[in-house]
Design a protein around this ligand. Sequence first.
Ligand code: FA5
Length: 350
Amino acid sequence: MSEKTAQMKQEFLSKLENVADMASLDALRVEYLGKNGLITGLLKEMKNLSVEEKKTFGQEVNILKNEATDAITTKIEEMKKAEIEKEINSMPDIDITAPANLDRGSYHPITLVQRECEEIFRSMGFHIEDYSEIVTDYECFEALNIPKHHPARDMQDTYYLENGQLLKSHTSAAQNAIYKKYKDALINDGVPIKAIFPGRCFRNEATDANHENTFFQMEGVMVDKNISISNLIFFMKTMLSEVFKKDVKVRLRPGFFPFVEPGFELDINCLICGGEGCPSCKHSGWLELCPCGMIHPEVLRAGGIDPEEYTGFAFGLGLTRLVMMRYGVKDIRDLNSGSLKTLSQFTDDK
Ligand code: FA5
């Protein structure tokens, strides 16, 4: 090999060794093997050589060209391999040969009981309504006969947002919108308003075995001519006997809520302790489950309904507590725990 080709080979190989990425490798390829590259340039020099020299020099340059091309191909493969190894090493340790986890998820017990209640009320002609979790002060309180600074606001330690709105502290917050939505059909066509609206509620509560700061209620309302407490009791009894598939002991006692008159507390005999007293029922044997009452005239009026002509009942079922009773969950906090091990105990595969 002539000194010139030997030197060029040396230079090429040492540059190749220092190449760190694909872009520099391609630049090196162009520098030596491109149309105007250094090795290609050697061939152009042959025109001044004798026939014999042309033969020897041409062979040398061709060998150099092939060696350089092969070296670049090998380098590309090495770099690709290094890149894959780097990626593999940066991956978390996973055993890709391990069998797939085929455990199926399931519905939350609250979802199951909510759907059951929805079915029961749907079969009795109620609409199922959805409502937002962020509501206005008007919806949550004022439209429900609880003006600003009314002491009844203290019963619900409310989360206010910076924009003046608030996290719904009870599902009653949707009542006004429901009345407005269905009042025309009631007034013009005589279609009774019958709706339930389940939803998540938020209160800044100190949590214990039967209090959570995030829990579910299911509100129900019925408005028509001549609706009375008997209608209310009928629907409550039907719902409870369907949910529990047996007669459960309930008691109705007076309760104060500014949006109903008269108002009641409907308590259920604690099914965890059979009424003997336990932490879940605060040792009273009874659990507050479903406050209810006849809708206050001011609340109907705020919804655009004349209370002289129409009456109605409303109830606010504690859905999360109903789930506790249904599945025998002793501590309400287990339902929000997110622990699949805990939740799967209460859930049928539906
Ligand atoms: C209300 O929220 C009224 N809006 C209910 C109502 C509706 C009355 C319509 C009359 C007419 P109360 O704050 O008592 O009322 O809550 C209703 C039910 O929600 C309770 O009986 C209880 O079952 C459930 N509940 C209330 N606070 C919590 C809590 N922190 N954790 C779990 N469940 C709760």
